[in-house]
Design a protein around this ligand. Structure first.
Ligand code: BGC
Ligand code: NOJ
Length: 814
């Protein structure tokens, strides 16, 4: 069953009924000001940091699930009837409801009693504000007298404090109101030099800024007193809960349309010029007024929307493909890169499943996310890499996360995840291959942001690598520390007390438990680092790294192989995890994917054997589960993984993040049919027709799909912010379609399904546009290249200094 359809031409998903199984959301903003918006206009906005600069309030885990947002109310002043064109919160029976989620914008509209209303929400490029552009059209054959009420609820900036510290917060709220503009200035009197504003383009009949005055006592958002009554009360908030609402009256002739623009923005004043007059407590507005005036002008708004469309056209235009499969095309060309930009911007901090206060930007996650967006915004990738590296500790280890506003690392959700440092190498090598910007390796970067500790970025990579060598276990494999990629495999935790954090509790010294997964990651990162060193003319460094990699590969062969698949780990007692010897958790997906992805086992039969075991034991129609058999009870020595009921999350859920590791591994093993088959099993578009089972958005990946042990098998959860976005994009574009940036040029190595006659692609790379046509002329994966009509040896389209900007690449696959 479907709740809408893809409009690929407009790069939109069109939702045609409001009661989707879960809120289906979109992201507004792509630089510093962000908003989350659901298909019924729920959600919130923030500036840079979803925790520290929250503009509007949102109550998570609410009933209904999604309540609170950018609501507009319309009231028929002749009958007194009122409704929300976005369905929620009033929830009348609407006609022609439609929500169009596009690239950085959302349009929601409907028709009710002959009145059509449509709101376009977006954040203009380079601005810290969002536009709501409401168009109301009278489709009746009589004059309509209407009232429009806008509404938002301000958050008192620090979202964590806002949701907990009521004894203070109920007394600090402050606003200023000018005709048409409501300013939210809580804490501006003291240490903040920022405020929010909510402006309206039409003359207002009234306003409200105190929640209780707008809603009325004992009422909710579905029946605000001001709306029911048809008049605002011009309330000025002192304490309690500041809101913003404008009341606008419209008189529309039959067929007439009227546009009203609302702006919600964030603004900063220089510390010494906060007030005007200087000795007053009144916000200085000289710098914000012209901005507001500009965006209340419909022509300017139209131009800003056009610029946003062009920006996305440019981003997506960097890699476009045309294959025989519509699901591949629309995910690669539109939605997957769109999701990659969201994970770049907010990492795992703010979605409808990430509260914006729990997690900042993760070191591991943000590095992996680079794989999905580095080609679109290389300069910003550069900045991100340097920011991440600056939080690295002198030991080579890493804070697990950092706050985007302060760019400082924090240990809020633990540290000593022994895989963390290697992801920096993975991210940097992806950046170098895409851009050829070798200068980044010479950038001085501090450790733990400590002035004076700066060393070239290259030295940070070296420390990342050494970090593991300093922490080898009894089998010569890496010690796992708190956990590796799988945050829930906690082999040193041994927690038996309710409420203890699996992320921060450690009861063992950590000198025994080893991770085969980190072994594989070390091999991958070590190869990358050696390649980098070689190209910098550091041959000796390179051979040193390669020697260590060879030693690790040997340890993996001797102690990381279980007979038919790779082992997962050794626990604190030196017992095997992920072995045929185990009663539960006999085989895990991570090492099968990552070892083969790192090239381990390709020279003997282990790679194929491991992948066959995955096919037999882990693959399901909804994707590949994380491990089997699921843990049926809590195991003290395994930790959080066994805290989940079977089939969910890391306990045998389909963790979509690591499915692409298997796709890449299959591609490396030359098995294109399997690689693409796995790709389609979790491809959201391919699952659109089972939306009632999948339940999350059909245009973006979710972190997890419930595994076959779960009663809700096939149900997705935690959409949008997941490493799944970057890894799937990387797997399909670079390993299945096989268009791969490399140091020497664009490598072409497709491993596509046997039934595909070929495909076409356009890829911009290092200043040139490559027009690639792949034609299958045999059943294998061997490639013959012709570049601008001239045959080329090997499978790399060499970099050229020629002046032509377009390069034509003919690929024969045989
Ligand atoms: C989740 C993991 C997540 C971890 C750290 C766990 O509860 O299951 O997926 O990585 O928390 O935030
Ligand atoms: C989600 C986390 O964001 C990521 O860092 C981790 O690797 C996976 N969960 C697996 O536990």
């Amino acid at each position: 069953m479907q709740y809408g359809y893809f409009d690929d031409e407009n790069r939109e998903y069109v939702i045609t009924r409001p009661d989707t199984p879960l809120p289906w959301i979109n992201y507004l903003g792509c630089q510093a000001f962000f908003g989350l918006i659901s298909n019924t206009a729920g959600g919130y906005s923030f500036y840079r940091d979803a925790r520290l600069r929250r503009l509007t309030r949102y109550r998570y885990n609410n009933v209904p699930f999604d309540l609170g947002g950018r609501y507009i109310y319309l009231r028929d002043d002749q009958s007194g009837d009122f409704w929300s064109p976005s369905w929620q919160p009033v929830c009348r029976d609407l006609e022609d409801y439609q929500c169009r989620h596009g690239m950085g914008y959302t349009i929601i509209g409907s028709r009710y009693q002959g009145m059509e209303a449509r709101t376009r929400y977006f954040v203009p490029l380079n601005e810290n504000l969002e536009v709501w552009e409401l168009t109301v059209t009278n489709r009746r054959d009589s004059v309509a007298e209407l009232s429009v009420f806008s509404s938002i609820e301000f958050c008192l900036w620090d979202a964590q404090d806002d949701a907990t510290n009521f004894q203070r917060n109920f007394s600090i709220g402050e606003v200023e109101v000018e005709p048409g503009v409501i300013y939210h200035k809580t804490e501006y009197r003291e240490r903040r030099n920022h405020f929010a504003y909510f402006a309206c383009s039409a003359p207002v009949a009234g306003f409200d800024t105190q929640r209780e005055a707008f809603l009325g006592p004992y009422r909710g958002w579905e029946r605000p007193l001001a709306v029911e009554r048809g008049s605002a009360s011009n309330s000025v908030a002192h304490g309690w809960a500041p809101v913003g609402s404008h009341h606008v009256k419209l008189r529309l002739q039959p067929g007439e349309s009227r546009r009203t623009i609302f702006l919600l923005g964030y603004h900063e004043n220089p510390a010494g010029r906060k007030f005007d007059p200087p000795d007053s407590q009144i916000i200085a507005k000289a710098s914000v007024r012209p901005l507001i005036a500009r965006y209340l002008d419909p022509a300017h708004v139209e131009a800003a929307f056009g610029a946003l469309r062009s920006y996305w056209c440019g981003l997506l235009g960097i890699c476009q493909v045309q294959t025989p499969d519509v699901h591949t095309d629309r995910m690669v060309n539109i939605w997957n890169p769109c999701q990659c930009m969201a994970t770049f911007n907010v990492s795992r901090s703010a979605s409808f499943y990430e509260s914006g206060i729990g997690r900042g930007l993760g070191f591991r996650d943000s590095n992996q996310d680079l794989l999905g967006f580095v080609h679109m915004v290389p300069e910003r990738a550069r900045e991100r890499i340097l920011d991440l590296a600056a939080t690295q500790l002198a030991s080579g280890g890493a804070y697990h996360q950092y706050q985007p506003l302060t760019k400082r690392g924090n240990n809020d959700i633990g540290s000593n995840f022994n895989d963390d440092p290697h992801w920096l190498i993975v991210g940097v090598s992806a950046y170098l291959k895409e851009t050829g910007d070798w200068g980044i390796l010479d950038e001085p970067v501090p450790y733990d942001n400590q002035p004076g500790s700066e060393q070239p970025l290259y030295a940070h990579l070296e420390r990342s690598f050494r970090y593991t060598l300093d922490r080898l276990g009894p089998h010569g494999l890496p010690l796992i520390g708190r956990a590796d990629w799988n945050d829930c495999l906690n082999l040193n935790c041994f927690s038996d007390t309710p409420g203890q954090s699996f992320q921060t509790t450690t009861n063992k010294d950590g000198n025994v438990a080893e991770s085969v997964f980190i072994g594989a990651l070390f091999v991958l990162a070590g190869h990358e680092l050696a390649d980098i060193a070689e190209r910098r003319g550091l041959g000796q460094d390179a051979s040193g790294y390669r020697a260590e990699v060879a030693r690790m590969e040997q340890a993996m062969r001797l102690h990381g192989w279980d007979g038919k698949w790779f082992l997962r780990a050794y626990d604190d007692s030196g017992r095997k995890v992920g072995s045929a010897e185990c009663e539960e958790g006999r085989i895990f997906i991570e090492p099968q994917g990552f070892a083969v992805l790192a090239g381990i086992g390709l020279e003997d039969e282990r790679a194929e054997a491991a992948l066959d075991s995955v096919g037999e034991m882990l693959a399901t129609e909804h994707g590949i589960v994380l491990q089997q058999p699921a843990f049926s009870r809590y195991y003290l020595h395994l930790g959080e993984i066994s805290s989940y009921p079977p089939g969910y999350k890391e306990n045998a859920g389909i963790f979509c993040h690591n499915n692409p590791w298997i796709m890449i591994a299959e591609a490396r093993a030359g098995r294109g049919d399997r690689a693409h088959d796995y790709y389609l099993r979790i491809n959201p578009s391919a699952r659109e027709s089972i939306s009632e089972v999948h339940r999350c958005e059909p245009y973006v990946y979710s972190q997890m799909i419930a595994g076959r042990d779960a009663p809700t098998y096939g149900e997705a959860k935690n959409s949008w912010l997941t490493g799944t976005a970057a890894w799937n994009y990387y797997a399909i574009t670079q390993w299945i379609l096989g268009i791969r940036p490399s140091y020497d040029g664009l490598e072409i190595a497709p491993v596509i399904p046997s039934g595909w006659p070929g495909f076409q692609a356009v890829r911009k790379f290092r200043g040139k546009t490559y027009h690639i046509t792949v034609t299958r002329s045999g059943s294998g994966n061997r490639v013959s290249l012709t570049v601008d009509g001239v045959p080329v040896t090997g499978n790399i389209v060499p970099l050229s200094n020629g002046s032509a900007t377009d390069v034509s690449v003919e690929v024969s696959l045989h």
